[in-house]
Design a binder for this molecule. Sequence first.
Ligand SMILES: [Zn+2]
Length: 333
Amino acid sequence: MPTVTVNRVTAHLSDGSRIDIPYWDVNSGKEGTFFLVIANQHGNEVNGCEAIRRFIEVAQRKLKKGRVVGLPFANRLALHQRRPHINMAPEQPYGDDRGHNMNRTWPGDPNGNDTQRLSHAIHEGIAKHADAVLDLHSWSRFTATASIIKADKPELYELARVAAIRFVRVVKGEKPEPQDKPSTITRKFLEAGKLAITIELATQYAIVEHEVQRGLRAALNIAKHLGLMEGEPELDEPVIFLDNVEEEQVKAPVDGLFVEAPVATWDRVEKGQKLGHIIRDDTLEVVEILSPRSGWLKEFGCRREHCDVALPAQHPYASKGDLLASVVQPRES
Ligand SMILES: [Zn+2]
């Protein structure tokens, strides 16, 4: 049987205090890949924390080779504040991070700000020793769950297919950067010739069962793909690479309250299928919103910019022209 321990790394903060970051460490006792799964770099993104707990529960029974580390609370300081980064005011956008977006701080800095000190402790204690990383995030519920990979790494396309998340965002054309420039943990892994994938589960500030299951399945599938566990990955076709799709957006034709039909991002919709309706607040007329094509629902629901930090931006009152949905279909190859 593999051994499971709870270990910790310690970050020394700028005020002289210290904070431990605990992780589950599952060791098979046999040689093999060291697979790291981390979550909660942004304090309001919590689906991945539970996905990791369940992943470790399986790993401790089924790991046959190598080592698995699950680190569910990468940014405990932001977790305690219940916001994306530390020291954020209400409704302050993600982008306004003042150097505290952990996702841009890797490999961290022992003499930097407190966020850089956290990533430094994790990098030195664990990340730099791992061979592959799955970095679990969550974005708003309005955008479908997606894997994110770099276009110039062919092996990542297979990893994304195996992760079995419906959509894959392919990041292209990034400028080469000096190796010492702080960046994402995945970029640092890829620069070192290792494997790395990010998954954005959907819904923040909340734990949603189907998102936890998607994150768990991705972690288990990747572990099987890496030869750490028995069995074939459990696939979910199609996996749609968003750099090769036809996309049609649905925008609000009038002002009014958008009432969603019982459909959800990730799912298949057919041309003419009802996506919801708008109740006009000037005439009380009801305007049906239909899918303009058959395909897969990539965006759904009425929202505006910064809906990841602000409640009014999530309000279902649509202004004419607001995005309500986007339906994609893989291009015929
Ligand atoms: Zn995030």
